[in-house]
Design a protein around this ligand. Structure first.
Ligand SMILES: Cc1cc2nc3c(=O)[nH]c(=O)nc-3n(C[C@H](O)[C@H](O)[C@H](O)COP(=O)(O)OP(=O)(O)OC[C@H]3O[C@@H](n4cnc5c(N)ncnc54)[C@H](O)[C@@H]3O)c2cc1C
Ligand code: SF4
Length: 328
């Protein structure tokens, strides 16, 4: 690990100001950043500890939704009675990730910003455009079992590894961000992460020094919430494919549908065409196949990850059957 300055911030303004320095990074739970620093893969000159700036509450918003502070731990978020009751997909997704010990430290802001688990990103001896722009991509033509089938580029085929953001995407959550001088902006979580394009080193739309302060959830609807994560082991493994679904029924028809997918792309994947196709329709296997056709129309395997294409189809159809099935 390289030497760095450590700054413990006591308030948001101070944290954002300190993080404006060149080479500064926030540290929250540290469960991703410290690993990357130990491996010399991220080398901040200034570490800005935000654990004492507040932002550790979940509060109700004026429109009946919830505001989750960036420092709320994954454990506290998953256990919150309002989230368990009204936004169950989020609780389920968080509990499907990492381990109890990690979730006790991992935070809402840090989880959104966690970096890919591509093997080559973690190996400083291998070319990797995400770690070292312009060096090449070892996963293309290499070991790529966990890699993207959607939205990849010639520069990078990595996936975003998180679970929480997939559920937040299905819930159409918003990320509230604070920049210099207290300026804030709000970005849908669906637009927060980036596709790799020719700049895969940039994971999200966050600019240097910007602080995630909250994530807001809209008012709940009377829908069924499902998070299904397919992975190599029953626990403590990242998703190969995951599906978050928030689906309501209106009589025998689908009233509303919002689906998001993990493990498939450089960002949680949301395609409004799938939600639109399902809304107002009578559930059937043929309909669910059409939804999978839309999801996978541009899917491209890289060899070892070709299995993700049929796996994503099967997982989506199973989730839709469960979401629209007998509710008695
Ligand atoms: C063995 C292992 C297994 C795991 N399995 C899973 C899994 O199955 N599913 C899953 O989703 N995750 C998994 N994780 C990842 C874990 O969830 C993340 O490490 C954690 O959520 C990161 O949160 P943190 O608070 O520790 O972030 P940190 O490590 O403190 O920070 C991560 C990044 O976020 C930035 N950051 C932190 N807070 C803010 C903020 N408020 N504003 C702007 N930037 C910020 C930091 O600068 C840093 O770049 C696993 C991790 C490990 C080590
Ligand atoms: S897939 Fe992306 S992260 Fe992995 S080696 Fe290629 S450029 Fe690096």
């Amino acid at each position: 690990m390289r030497p760095f300055d450590y700054h413990r911030s006591e308030d948001r303004g101070g944290a954002v100001k300190t993080a404006a320095q060149e080479g500064a990074l926030f540290i929250a739970g540290g469960t991703n950043l410290l690993d990357l620093m130990k491996l010399d893969l991220m080398t901040p000159k200034h570490l800005v500890d935000i654990n004492r700036i507040g932002l550790d509450d979940i509060t109700e918003t004026d429109d009946g939704g919830l505001s989750i502070g960036a420092l709320v731990t994954n454990s506290d978020c998953a256990a919150d009675s309002r989230i368990r009751k009204d936004h169950e997909v989020l609780s389920r997704a968080i509990l499907a990730g990492a381990s109890g010990q990690l979730r006790n430290k991992a935070t809402t802001g840090g989880n959104l910003c966690q970096r890919t688990r591509c093997y080559y990103f973690y190996d400083p001896d291998m070319p990797c455009n995400k770690r070292k722009p312009g060096s090449g991509c070892s996963a293309i033509g290499g070991a790529n079992r966990i890699h993207a089938i959607l939205g990849a580029s010639d520069a990078c085929i990595a996936t975003y590894p998180g679970d929480m953001a997939v559920a937040m995407s299905a819930l159409d959550a918003q990320v509230v961000i604070e920049g210099q001088g207290g300026a804030t902006r709000t970005v849908p979580v669906r637009d927060f992460h980036r596709l790799p394009g020719d700049q895969p080193d940039k994971d999200s739309i966050l600019e240097t020094g910007e602080l995630i302060t909250h994530v807001t959830l809209p008012a709940p609807t009377n829908a069924r919430h499902i998070y299904r994560k397919v992975r190599d082991r029953a626990s403590y493994a990242f998703a190969l494919v995951s599906v978050a679904a928030v689906v309501s029924m209106d009589g025998g028809k689908i009233g509303t549908a919002a689906l998001a997918f993990g493990g498939l792309a450089h960002k949680p994947w949301h395609d409004p065409k799938i939600d639109d196709l399902l809304t107002g329709e009578t559930p059937s296997d043929a309909l669910f196949d059409k939804a999978a056709d839309i999801l996978l129309a541009d899917a491209e395997g890289q060899g070892q990850n070709d299995f993700k294409i049929p796996l994503a189809r099967r997982t989506l159809k199973a989730v839709l059957r469960e979401a629209t099935g007998d509710r008695s």
